[in-house]
Design a protein around this ligand. Structure first.
Ligand code: TXA
Ligand code: MG
Length: 345
């Protein structure tokens, strides 16, 4: 049985937080909202508890987990060789959607770090996540709360449908405001490296710590296998529908898609287009509007992929987004979800 708690982030029910924190202290699993995506948590220092996360997700166990904290002091318990750039990042962006990789201390079990001698740490800003972490007073390992390979959930209802009875507790909060997982930044070398792009962009980071590299493996499908963040190499964000990105000038994209939709419907395939608000009237088929800005697209991307499945579409065509700023994180997730299939208009 899963204990379900509905918690309003503007009026936090402390009794419910206490019940869920108690479940975590017993070495069990609790799903909670964060500002990026929902996380599936367990005590990061307890190997047996961490094993339950891998089991609930069906996740390969060489894929390391992010450890969530509520107080900067916890970093010293978990990591060593904390350099000046790390201090700057923590001061400037925490609590918030960025994870830093540091050298781990022995207290962090290999199960949590996926066998690596480094540890990923993040301090979330979502008020429900903060309240839970503060109540439990333990570092909590939490990957995204989806079954391995599926899109990460950003809405309570999606989490409930996918994970009820797979975990011991679920906290249903509001929708996640960023919608894409945190930026992962490796700070164990002289020049920091982004292992996973997110809402805190390369440009944001370079403004405060100078030059930052991108993991070169992020650029190409063939190189994914070499990714430094083990999680980046697996099949990811895949709905049941087949996803394609259609690339080109706006009107060419619309014409191309309308042509494809006609062929699909002759074959009995249900198609939907994920697009910007401004473009929705250009398509002769169902659309899912991702938003008006790139921030909105980021927030709505995963929930749109999940709702395409709920409505049983066979094919999803997505517009392409500029590969800079937050668009880099959007395109990273979209390309994976499309298995890197791009149709040129
Ligand atoms: O926004 C987020 O980061 C969400 C919420 C719940 O906090 N969590 C999340 O966790 O996305 P997960 O497990 O789905 O993704 C963690 C990513 C994976 O790509 C993993 O390989 C990488 O971070 N990672 C974790 N520890 C690492 C380490 N020590 N070295 C390199 N990469 C690491
Ligand atoms: Mg994930």
């Amino acid at each position: 049985m899963t204990l379900i708690s509905k918690i309003d982030e503007n009026n936090i029910n402390k009794e419910e937080i206490k019940k869920q924190a108690e479940i975590l202290r017993e070495g069990k699993t609790v799903i909670f909202p964060t500002e990026t995506v929902y996380g599936l948590g367990a005590n990061a220092l307890d190997e047996e508890a961490v094993s339950k996360i891998y089991k609930a997700k069906g996740r390969p166990s060489d894929n390391p987990l992010i450890v969530h904290i509520y107080d900067k002091k916890q970093v010293n318990q978990l990591a060593e060789n904390i350099n000046e750039k790390a201090e700057i990042i923590m001061d400037k962006f925490w609590p918030g959607p960025i994870t830093i990789i540091l050298n781990k201390k022995d207290i962090v079990p290999m199960r949590t770090s996926g066998g690596l001698d480094t540890v990923a740490i993040r301090m979330p800003s979502n008020p429900v996540a903060k309240a839970l972490l503060e109540e439990v007073k333990l570092p909590i390992a939490a990957p995204s709360a989806n079954i391995s390979g599926r899109p990460s959930p950003t809405k309570g209802i999606h989490v409930y449908h996918e994970m009820n009875n797979r975990v011991d507790g679920i906290i249903i909060g509001g929708d996640c405001t960023f919608g894409l997982e945190s930026t992962v930044l490796d700070l164990t070398n002289d020049v920091p490296m982004i292992l996973r792009p997110g809402s805190i962009t390369k440009e944001d980071l370079e403004n405060v710590i100078g030059h930052v590299n991108m993991d070169p493996a992020l650029e190409k499908k063939e190189d994914n296998i070499k990714a430094k963040a083990p999680g980046m190499k697996y099949k990811h964000y895949s709905p049941n529908a087949e996803v394609f990105i259609v690339s080109g000038k706006t009107d060419d994209v619309a014409n191309k898609i309308n042509e494809l939709v006609d062929n699909n419907s002759k074959e009995g395939l249900k198609t939907v287009v994920m697009c910007l608000e401004d473009n929705k009237n250009k398509y002769n088929c169902d659309t899912i509007v991702l938003g008006e800005s790139l921030e909105e697209v980021a927030m709505n991307l995963f929930s749109s992929l999940i709702s395409a499945d709920e409505k049983e579409y066979d094919i999803v065509y997505s517009e392409e987004f500029p590969n800079k700023g937050i668009g880099r994180a959007i395109m990273n997730r979209l390309l994976k979800s499309a298995g890197y299939k791009i149709i040129k208009a």
